[in-house]
Design a protein around this ligand. Structure first.
Ligand code: ATP
Ligand code: MG
Length: 435
C-alpha cells in the first residue's frame, strides 16, 4: 500500500484545509516514522505554519479548541478521536541558566526549560530529537520531506541518531535519552555510536529532568506493549537507576524476573485484543511481586492473607517501587485496589458482590495474567466473568464540555485495545508532551 493510501482520510482533509488557507502543513513525528516502517501509529501529529488562532479560524465550523498555556496547540475533535495540530516551533535562541523550581539546583547550562517560539518548517524539523523522528509527510502532494537529509537513510538502516551534537541535545533535554532507548526497544533499532557514547556519559543528567516529564514518560511506558523491553534497555544502558531506582536495584532478583514475565504476558493480551492498556493495572502488576515478597507468610502460599492495615502496607510498597516518580492519587488508589482484590478473588468461591467493585475488571485481568504465567489453572477464567468497565464520556465533566486534564489527552479510536470494548475508565488518558 502506498504511504498516501495509509493516511486516514480525515487527516488528509485537515491538512488540505490548512494548505488551502495558505499554511504549509505536514504529518510529522512518530506517525510518519511508523507508516514508513509499515506499522500502525498510535496517533497522528500534524504541524503547520498557522498559529493556534489561525487554525481555529480555518476550522470555524468544527469542534476545535486551543489548549495549553505555555505550549499552545490545537485539539481538533473527529468523533472521539483528538487530532493534535501544533504550530511549527524553533529551538529557543538564548537558553538561560535556570534554577530548578523544586530542588533549587542550578540546571545544566544548555537545558531547555521553555520551547515555545514559533518558527518555520525547517526550524521545526531541526529542533526535533532524532533524524528518524524528523521526517515530514504531505499527504495532499504525496511528498516526503526529509529536512535533515538523514532521516530516510537512518530509518532504512534502523539507526537512532540525534539531530546535532548528542551531548548537547541530551543536556538540553535528558528525557531524549529515554526516548532513544524506547526506539531501540520498540523497533529493534541500534544507537549510532556517538549517540550511544553520549547516553553513557550523560545518564546522570536525568536527575535534572523535569519530574513531571519523567512521570509522563513512565506512564507512556506502562501503556506501551513493549514496556518490558523498554525497561530492559533502560537497565542495560544504565538509565533505570535514575528512572525507577527500586527496580534497578532489584533487577537480578526473582521478583524482577517475575514482573517482566507478567509484563510480557500483559502485552500479549493487549495485542490479542483481550484487554486494554491500563496504567493502573500495569502499576499493580509491577508492584505485585514485591507485595508478595513482603506480605506472603511463606513461599508456598499463593498470594497473601488480608489483615487490618494491609492497604497501607500495599500503598507503601507501590510508592517504593515507583519512587521518585510521583503518581496521581487516582492511579494510586486504583493500583492499590487492584492488589487488594487479588487474594479475595483467588480464594473466594463466589464472585457475588465483588463484581460490583469498580476495581473488578482490572483485578480480574491481573489474576488472569498471573494464572497464565504461574498457576495455569484452567478453571480460573470461568470462575470470574468478564465484565465491561463502566463507560464514562471522556469529554464530559458534568460542568463544562471538555474534561480538564493534567495531560493533553488524546485517544484514537482506531487503536483502542480490544477494539472499543473497554471504555476509558478515566485512570489513564493518552499522554502528550509539548512536542
Ligand atoms: P510515539 O507517539 O509513537 O510514542 P513519537 O515519536 O510520535 O512516538 P511523541 O511524544 O508523540 O513521540 O512526539 C512527537 C514528535 O515530537 C517526535 O517524533 C519528535 O519529532 C518530537 N519530540 C518529542 N519529544 C521530543 C524531545 N524531547 N525533543 C525533541 N523532539 C521531540
Ligand atoms: Mg506520537
Amino acid at each position: 500500500m502506498t504511504l498516501k493510501a495509509k493516511i486516514a482520510p480525515h487527516i488528509t482533509e485537515i491538512i488540505r484545509s490548512l494548505q488551502e488557507a495558505g499554511y504549509e502543513t505536514y504529518i510529522v513525528g512518530g506517525a510518519v516514522r511508523d507508516f514508513l516502517l509499515d506499522r500502525t501509529p498510535k496517533d497522528y501529529d500534524i504541524s503547520t505554519a498557522a498559529t493556534p488562532e489561525q487554525i481555529k479560524k480555518v476550522f470555524r465550523q468544527q469542534r476545535v479548541i486551543i489548549i495549553g498555556r505555555r505550549f499552545r496547540l490545537v485539539h481538533y475533535y473527529h468523533g472521539n478521536e483528538v487530532v493534535e495540530i501544533s504550530t511549527f516551533r524553533k529551538a529557543p535562541e538564548n537558553p538561560q541558566k535556570m534554577i530548578h523550581s523544586k530542588t533549587q539546583h542550578v540546571l545544566p547550562e544548555n537545558m531547555i526549560t521553555h520551547d515555545n517560539d514559533f518558527g518555520n518548517s525547517t526550524e521545526d524539523a531541526w529542533r526535533r530529537d532524532f533524524t528518524v523522528n524528523a521526517i515530514f509527510y504531505d499527504p495532499v502532494a504525496d511528498k516526503i520531506v526529509d529536512f535533515t537529509g538523514m532521516g530516510m537513510a537512518d530509518l532504512k538502516a534502523s539507526v537512532v541518531r540525534t539531530i546535532g551534537e548528542p551531548e548537547l541535545r541530551f543536556e538540553e533535554d535528558p528525557v531524549r535519552m529515554l526516548r532513544a532507548l524506547k526506539l531501540v526497544a520498540q523497533y529493534g533499532f541500534r544507537l549510532d555510536s556517538a549517540t550511544e557514547k553520549a547516553i553513557h556519559d550523560s545518564r546522570s543528567l536525568l536527575t535534572h529532568a523535569s519530574p513531571s516529564r519523567l512521570t509522563l514518560e513512565m506512564e507512556k511506558i506502562l501503556k506501551n506493549t513493549y514496556g518490558d523491553r523498554i525497561l530492559r534497555a533502560f537497565q542495560e544502558y544504565g538509565l533505570l537507576e535514575y528512572f525507577l531506582p527500586y527496580l534497578s536495584r532489584n533487577w537480578n532478583t526473582p521478583e524482577c524476573q517475575y514482573l517482566l514475565e507478567l509484563f510480557v504476558c500483559r502485552n500479549q493480551r493487549i495485542m490479542d485484543g483481550r484487554y486494554r492498556d491500563s496504567i493502573s493495572l500495569a502499576m499493580a502488576m509491577l508492584a505485585l511481586p514485591f507485595v508478595e515478597r513482603s506480605l506472603r507468610a511463606s513461599e508456598d502460599e499463593i498470594l497473601w492473607e488480608s489483615f487490618c492495615g494491609i492497604e497501607n502496607d500495599i500503598r507503601n510498597i507501590v510508592l517504593k517501587v515507583f519512587n521518585p516518580r510521583c503518581l496521581t492519587k487516582k492511579l494510586m488508589i486504583s493500583a492499590v485496589r487492584i492488589l487488594m482484590l487479588q487474594p479475595k478473588l483467588y480464594y473466594s468461591k463466589h464472585p457475588g458482590k465483588m463484581l460490583d467493585n469498580p476495581g473488578y475488571p482490572h483485578s480480574r485481568e491481573l489474576l488472569m495474567i498471573q494464572n497464565a504465567v504461574k498457576w495455569k489453572r484452567p478453571e480460573l477464567p470461568e470462575l470470574w466473568p468478564v465484565l465491561k468497565e463502566r463507560k464514562k464520556n471522556p469529554y464530559h465533566t458534568g460542568r463544562g464540555f471538555f474534561k480538564k486534564s493534567r495531560y493533553r489527552g488524546k485517544k484514537d479510536s482506531r487503536h483502542e485495545s480490544g477494539p472499543g470494548k473497554y471504555a476509558a475508565s478515566g485512570d489513564d488518558d493518552g499522554l502528550k508532551l509539548g512536542f
